[in-house]
Write a protein that binds this ligand. Structure first.
Ligand code: GUN
Length: 293
């Protein structure tokens, strides 16, 4: 078993991003600028957004956090997005999900100008991704591709089984792994909570992408010896044994699966760190006009 180390891979790529951001500043007189909108006080979202902002500063980006109370109206939020869409000094805008129930995430996602949609959630970006055209790739799938690239894992001809069909990870990941690209060129099976023969399918996988949001869902008896394991799960549980008061668990039973795998991502310290790198790369590409000019 070898570790796909998100700390190692993300630090290396962030150094490259920082160098490019410095070059962009020298040429344009400004830093790439990312705005994040956070509604409410969800513990996980607070942590993720704080980490995104901190990493922007680390690589020499400008970052702005706009916070709203959980009672903000949908109209107010959409109005703010419109304002940011019009601001030429902003390269990327993300609205952290999930949102409170009275706000329609589809309306919010579609309101963001697709040219600033560095989360890659807008239908234009997803559609362009399907067609293998330049686009913002959703940050977590993008981070996974960067991880596979960093460790020079050849995916061609492999059977990739994705567990989970979310808009954010599972669905886009299944498309990306099937594309005629590297990483890519896999035979992909997309499984989910209603898949009847899930274990049988996962057992056939050369590459497992676990993104179902259930602690230790993928167990050792579901894994073929030598498989590559990508664990996207970030399941938080309160704990009196940690300083933060909570502990993170992946969707994979790491303790028992690791010994059977050839490569595996840890949680924490794996895909989560790469998601931020995906977001930073999208923001830089937006600033440089590399996707849309
Ligand atoms: N919630 C969970 N993952 C993400 C993400 O990648 N982007 C946003 N905006 N919200 C999320």
């Amino acid at each position: 078993m070898q570790l796909l180390d998100g700390k190692f891979a993300s630090e290396k790529i962030k150094q490259e991003i920082a160098a490019e951001a410095a070059d962009f500043l020298a040429k344009s007189g400004r830093k790439p600028h990312l705005i994040a909108i956070l509604v409410g006080n969800d513990g996980g979202s607070e942590t993720y957004v704080a980490s995104k902002m901190k990493n922007c500063e680390k690589v020499g980006f400008q970052s702005s956090l706009i916070r709203y109370d959980v009672t903000v109206t949908e109209a107010e939020l959409l109005q703010k997005i419109e304002e940011i869409n019009q601001d030429a000094g902003v390269d990327g805008l993300i609205v952290q999900l999930p949102l409170p129930k009275h706000i329609d995430p589809e309306k919010v996602t579609e309101k963001i100008d697709y040219r600033k949609d560095v989360d890659g959630f807008h239908p234009v970006n997803l559609g362009r991704m399907m067609r293998n055209l330049p686009c913002f790739i959703p940050a977590t799938p993008y981070g996974i591709l960067l991880m596979l690239q960093a460790y020079q894992i050849d995916t061609t001809g492999k059977h990739c089984v994705v567990v989970g069909r979310s808009n954010i990870v599972g669905s886009p990941m299944s498309i990306l792994m099937a594309r005629n690209a590297n990483p890519g060129n896999c035979t992909v099976t997309l499984t989910h909570s209603k898949t009847s023969n899930l274990k049988e399918l996962v057992l056939q996988a050369d590459i497992i992408v676990a993104a179902i949001g259930k602690k230790n869902f993928v167990t050792a008896d579901m894994v073929k010896p030598g498989a590559i394991i990508i664990d996207v799960g970030i399941n938080r549980e309160t704990s009196d044994q940690t300083k933060s008061g909570y502990k993170l668990y992946g969707d994979v039973d790491f303790e028992h699966v690791a010994a059977k795998s050839s490569w595996i991502t840890p949680v924490p310290g794996g895909v989560g760190l790469m998601t931020i790198v995906g977001l930073l790369k999208n923001t830089l590409a937006s600033a440089k006009g590399e996707i849309y000019s």
